[in-house]
Design a protein around this ligand. Structure first.
Ligand SMILES: [Zn+2]
Length: 549
């Protein structure tokens, strides 16, 4: 009991220390937090004596020169190659949402006082008045989780003869951005697997958990994680003067029909073990006409956020080809009906419109253009990519769209069509089933640990951590399934890279055991102390030791 209390106190202390160091994603601040964490471990006797087990791991090709902190430790009870991987991200989202209170964003005590003066909802007011909650940027997402790992490792380092096996922890940055930290850690894990003969069992994260609906008091332990794809559509219509509407085909109408079909439609959700993934949602819908004129737009680009529990890129591509074909067909039917009504009203002869629904994947477009242009296409794209890579204002999504447009422009076929492709990023889902031995062991372990501690706290085990996270990079679908992604994501291999082969080599089950709180990414972000400081470390501790056993 005494030890538990000591651990809780230590986590609270570390949490505040970490919150005090501002670490907004994509800024130089991120270096300060990794220095801070490096210092924390350096000050502990185990790593002071074993400095080679504490390293800074630079991000690959990072203009800000950021690095993660990698910490290793081995128990001494007996020889045991079993190894647990722990991850926690040290970056936070920006602080502009605090407005006037920005200067207190990383000072929990002052922030609480300042927030008490604002007119906020009853729930927030209640938490502001109680001693159970602490507020601050990143406190929930996820500095408290990082603090829990640090405290647990510190404790384990003081009782090396009571346990065996190895732990590799990486405090990663850029999680809220492009996962630069995790993506440089993955190849390192593969390297260590070979050089140290580590037998990885699972990857555990301590990112936040929150109520899933109003009044939800459950504390969730998640096994596995949701995935994300960004199916994208380049819709080419046929331009016309507004004076002759039926001579043209408006791409915004086709795009609209695609949105009607796909947006928030649960028919495109994955249901696995009774858990439904969030339906797709439109993230961009933009016509590509830059000026005002009485000519209709010629092209539209749109993309969706598409959550997955078990659908792989090849399957999502098939669903999107079918959805956009049906949507296009619906538009052609509606236009024919409207044209007929128009002709009758105008006393002119009505003939069916000539539009045909046509849809193809980027991969097929590329093949069609390659057929016509051969190596010239490759050369044109190479120099175009090189030119675009110099321009940091072109993000990964725009980069992809420009390539689709460039390839399409080189094609002899100019008829209306929808090109389906993928924009970055891609986060594979991780579905932990009993099919693998390691997966089953993780399921059993968490079940035992959760059952043991369920008494006081309403704890619930669920599949699929629902907030996109770095856990996605602990595995990847087979080469065959991934090929569809690579071939249909024009930015892949140039503007956007993933260590797919290393992810496949790891193929590890994942779980998230995280602090509980509310309003991540909002200025009212806060943690609930009791569960976060007392229960989380205990669960984490027991899970690690059971998995190493
Ligand atoms: Zn997070």
């Amino acid at each position: 009991m005494e030890r538990k209390r000591k651990l809780a106190k230590r986590i609270e202390e570390l949490t505040i220390e970490l919150v005090n160091v501002r670490s907004v994603v994509g800024t130089k601040d991120e270096n300060d937090i990794s220095d801070k964490i490096f210092e924390m471990f350096s000050a502990m006797p185990y790593w002071d004596k074993n400095p080679h087990l504490l390293t800074q791991l630079p991000f690959i090709n990072d203009s800000l020169g950021r690095s993660s902190v990698m910490v290793r430790i081995s128990g001494q009870l007996k020889d045991n190659s079993k190894t647990i991987v722990l991850i926690g991200h040290t970056d936070t989202v920006g602080i502009s949402d605090y407005g006037d209170l920005k200067k207190y964003a990383t000072e929990p005590a002052e922030l609480k006082k300042a927030l008490q003066k604002l007119n906020l909802s009853e729930d927030i007011k209640k938490d502001l008045e109680s001693d159970d909650y602490i507020f601050g940027r990143g406190i929930l997402d996820m500095k408290c989780g990082v603090a829990a790992i640090i405290a647990v490792l510190e404790d384990l380092s003081e009782r090396l003869d009571e346990w065996s096996g190895n732990i590799v922890f990486c405090a990663v940055g850029d999680e809220e951005g492009n996962s630069g930290g995790m993506l440089s850690f993955v190849p390192e894990l593969v390297r260590l697997q070979e050089s140290e003969s580590y037998d990885y069992q699972a990857v555990l994260d301590t990112d936040y958990v929150s109520p899933r609906y109003d009044g939800d008091d459950n504390k969730y332990i998640y096994i596995g994680t949701v995935g994300k794809l960004m199916p994208s559509f380049y819709v080419l219509g046929k331009e016309t003067h507004v004076g002759q509407p039926f001579n043209g085909l408006d791409p915004t109408q086709i795009a609209g029909a695609i949105i009607m079909k796909i947006n928030k439609n649960i028919a495109y959700s994955d249901v696995v073990e009774g858990e439904v993934s969030l339906p797709p949602i439109t993230l961009q819908h933009r016509d590509l006409k830059s000026e005002y004129s009485v000519q209709i737009a010629r092209a539209v680009n749109l993309y969706f956020n598409y959550a997955t529990h078990n659908s792989t890129p090849d399957q999502v591509m098939q669903k999107m080809l079918k959805a956009s074909f049906d949507a296009f067909n619906d538009v052609v039917s509606v236009l024919n009906e409207r044209y007929d009504v128009f002709c009758k009203a105008s006393h002119i002869e009505s003939k069916p419109l000539t539009w045909k629904a046509r849809v193809m994947s980027y991969q097929d477009l590329y093949a069609a253009v390659y057929e016509e242009r051969g190596e010239e296409l490759v050369e044109i794209l190479e120099s175009y990519k090189e030119e675009m890579l110099k321009d940091q204002t072109i993000d990964e999504r725009l980069f992809s769209q420009y390539i689709v447009q460039a390839v399409h422009n080189l094609w002899s076929d100019k008829d209306p069509i929808v090109i389906v492709y993928f924009s970055p990023p891609y986060y594979p889902h991780n579905y932990v089933s009993g099919e693998t031995e390691k997966g089953q062991k993780l399921i059993d372990t968490l079940k035992t640990v959760v059952t043991k501690h369920k008494g006081k706290t309403p704890m619930v085990g669920r599949k699929f951590y629902p907030y996109i996270s770095d856990l996605s990079f602990a595995s990847a679908p087979s080469a065959e399934r991934i090929a569809t992604l690579k071939n249909n994501m024009p930015a892949f291999g140039s503007r956007y890279n993933l260590p797919i082969e290393d992810m496949q080599k790891l193929s590890l089950p994942v779980a998230n055991i995280g602090p509980f709180g509310k309003d991540a990414h909002q200025f009212t972000e806060r943690i609930e102390k009791d569960y976060s400081f007392k229960v989380v470390p205990t669960i984490l501790y027991e899970t690690i030791l059971k998995l190493l056993d």
